[in-house]
Ligand binder design. Structure first.
Ligand SMILES: Nc1nc2c(ncn2[C@@H]2O[C@H](COP(=O)(O)OP(=O)(O)OP(=O)(O)O)[C@@H](O)[C@H]2O)c(=O)[nH]1
Length: 231
């Protein structure tokens, strides 16, 4: 009798399933909280200490959506121009979605958004690439400089959904003061749901790669409801 198939074939005779990867770049001025937001989503907590990102860091997390394992890869880009120069063209390669971040307590970071949008345009990001706008640091509502209605107008004008959140205190249980902020978790999962419903297989790698990364543990539950705003 012929020997049983070995190697990459599974018992069913099919090749092992592959994990889709969604590359999401996170862009905005230095200090708005890009590192904290991406760390929060991938490691499940606020980092104790951050330093300015040099070039790019990337973090990833394996999630399951409708029974399919998907690797969400977050590219945390440097906000400071001097730390971006040599890397910028790499950010934009094979991007599936863009997250623009400003700091609700820093009007200048909001005024910079058109320049970040323009940078995307210059790197030929098509209109099929979903974009979202995130106002971070909602735990500091007393120091707000960018009001929700102004941000919403901007988001509408650029056909982006707006989320306001806090990487530090994303409206967890007991946080009654910041009832309007979105969960960091829900924001990135919303983007992933949107991509899953929209994208054919673009990048993949064997499922055997578990998606663990240097940040270690994922939060106990990957299950969230869809946040509002992504059509
Ligand atoms: N209160 C508060 N502070 C935050 C929040 N997110 C980030 N920070 C603080 O803001 C500072 C900058 O955060 P980072 O995440 O390093 O900012 P970044 O956008 O990655 O900055 P670059 O790497 O220079 O582009 C740090 O001191 C964080 O602790 C938040 O939601 N609330």
């Amino acid at each position: 009798a012929a020997p049983a198939p070995t190697g990459s074939l599974t018992g069913s005779g099919l090749p092992p399933p592959r994990t889709r990867i969604f590359k999401i770049i996170v862009i905005g001025d230095s200090g708005v909280g890009k590192t904290c937001l991406t760390y929060h989503f991938c490691a499940g907590k606020f980092p104790e200490k951050t330093e300015a990102t040099i070039g790019v860091d990337f973090r990833e997390r394996l999630v399951e959506i409708d029974g399919e394992k998907i690797k969400i890869q977050l590219w945390d880009t440097a906000g400071q121009e001097r730390f971006r120069k040599s890397m910028v063209q790499h950010y934009y390669r094979n991007v599936h979605a863009v997250v623009f971040v400003y700091d609700i307590t820093n009007a200048a970071s909001f005024r910079s958004l058109p320049a970040w949008i323009e940078e995307c345009r210059q790197h030929a990001l098509g209109s099929e690439v979903p974009r979202i706008l995130v106002g971070n640091k909602c735990d500091l509502r007393d120091s707000v400089q960018v009001w929700t209605d102004v941000a919403q107008q901007f988001a509408d004008a650029h056909s982006m959904p707006l989320f306001e959140t806090s990487a530090k205190n994303p409206n967890g249980p007991g946080d009654s003061n910041h009832g309007n902020s979105d969960h960091v978790e829900a924001i990135f999962m919303t983007v992933a749901h949107k991509l899953k419903s929209q994208k054919p297989l673009v990048l993949s790698q064997p499922l055997l790669d578990t998606g663990n990364n240097s940040l270690g543990q994922h939060p106990p539950s990957d299950k969230v409801g869809l946040a509002q705003g992504v059509a």
